[in-house]
Design a protein around this ligand. Structure first.
Ligand SMILES: Nc1nc2c(ncn2[C@@H]2O[C@H](COP(=O)(O)OP(=O)(O)OP(=O)(O)O)[C@@H](O)[C@H]2O)c(=O)[nH]1
Ligand SMILES: [Mg+2]
Length: 307
């Protein structure tokens, strides 16, 4: 059974900018046109500018040029259909479900650089889990930034979920330990750990993350069940570099791609697929707890290309 389902209406709204920007641009370039070399070159340029990634653009263009030469494709409208199918095919059926424990608390560790939307995404995920009748406990392991604990606490109050916190400046791994213990003692379904923003180049902070993972692994069987990396879609190529670096050093099991509503370059989701094997599991399309959607390629591409 699927845990979550995407709804095309909500995704479509969140992708307004990309639909008008990147896809709208493709549409106005291709609609009603006869295909020729000049049009193919213009298309290639737009794909790269839309953050689709160099490799994916190269591959799609090679396939398009072949189809054009063999006269399978003769019009711009056919190119649009071709692109849609090819994009969907980039994500073969795979497990994008949240990995949860069968028995006992599941632990989800959330990480990423500063300001990408970690804490907000945790609130969204907590709400999604609540809708599935799961109980949630939040662990405020961002003991670093002033106000971070309070920010998570406000979300916990609004959502009506438990929170475990420590002292500002305290050891984040100790908070993770307390949250795991409380999760077990209270019979909570999912413990979500918020962490301070960090750069992939900040060794001490990356080691701290390893320590948190170690504490969780020691006290919760199979934990952490997910290490979600939050990436800001508006940061373009930087997001890709973060995915590569964190993917290697932090044992990331899934990506939450936030702020898709704030960019005209939603093609970034394709570039992530191109440069890492880490599945995008959720997308964020706004600032409220309702603005989260599971990433389902067909729904996503359909929403992207809809008028
Ligand atoms: N438009 C939009 N804004 C978002 C989204 N997700 C988060 N934000 C906003 O991004 C800003 C930063 O969000 P936080 O959740 O505090 O980010 P963070 O990664 O926890 O930040 P630090 O803890 O400081 O590293 C806030 O203003 C959020 O409302 C989204 O999907 N769309
Ligand atoms: Mg935060």
């Amino acid at each position: 059974m699927k845990l979550f389902r995407a709804t095309i209406g909500a995704i479509k709204k969140g992708l307004d900018r990309t639909r008008e920007g990147f896809v709208g641009g493709l549409r106005s370039l291709l609609r009603g046109r006869k295909l020729d070399e000049a049009l193919l070159s213009a298309l290639e340029k737009q794909m790269i500018e839309g953050d689709l990634g160099v490799r994916t653009t190269g591959r799609l263009m090679a396939e398009l040029r072949r189809a054009y030469k063999e006269r399978e494709i003769e019009t711009g409208d056919q190119v649009l259909e071709f692109l849609k199918h090819d994009l969907i095919a980039m994500w073969p059926p795979a497990d994008r479900e949240l990995n949860l424990a069968v028995d006992g608390p599941s632990v989800i560790l959330v990480t990423g650089v500063n300001g990408v939307g970690k804490t907000t995404s945790i609130a969204k995920l907590a709400r999604l889990l609540q809708l599935q009748n799961k109980t949630v406990l939040l662990g405020a392991c961002d003991t670093f930034r002033a106000g971070a604990v309070r920010q998570l606490e406000i979300w916990a109050e609004r959502l009506g979920v438990d929170i475990v916190k420590g002292q500002q400046g305290g050891d984040p791994a100790a908070v993770a330990f307390d949250a795991c213990q409380a999760g077990k003692a209270r019979g909570v379904d999912v413990v979500i750990l918020d962490t301070a923003g960090r750069l992939q180049t900040q060794d001490p902070l990356m080691r701290q993350l390893t320590k948190i993972r170690g504490v969780v692994a020691k006290h919760i069987e199979g934990g952490p069940h997910e290490v979600l990396l939050v990436l800001d879609a508006t940061s373009g190529q930087n997001a890709l570099r973060q995915a590569e670096a964190f993917g290697e050093s932090a044992g990331v099991t899934g990506i939450m791609l936030t702020k898709l509503d704030g960019t005209a370059k939603g093609g970034i989701v394709v570039a992530i697929r191109e440069s890492t094997d880490i599945p995008v599991k959720f997308i964020g399309v706004g600032e409220t707890p309702e603005d989260i959607q599971p990433f389902e390629p067909e729904v996503f591409v359909e929403a992207l290309f809809s008028e």
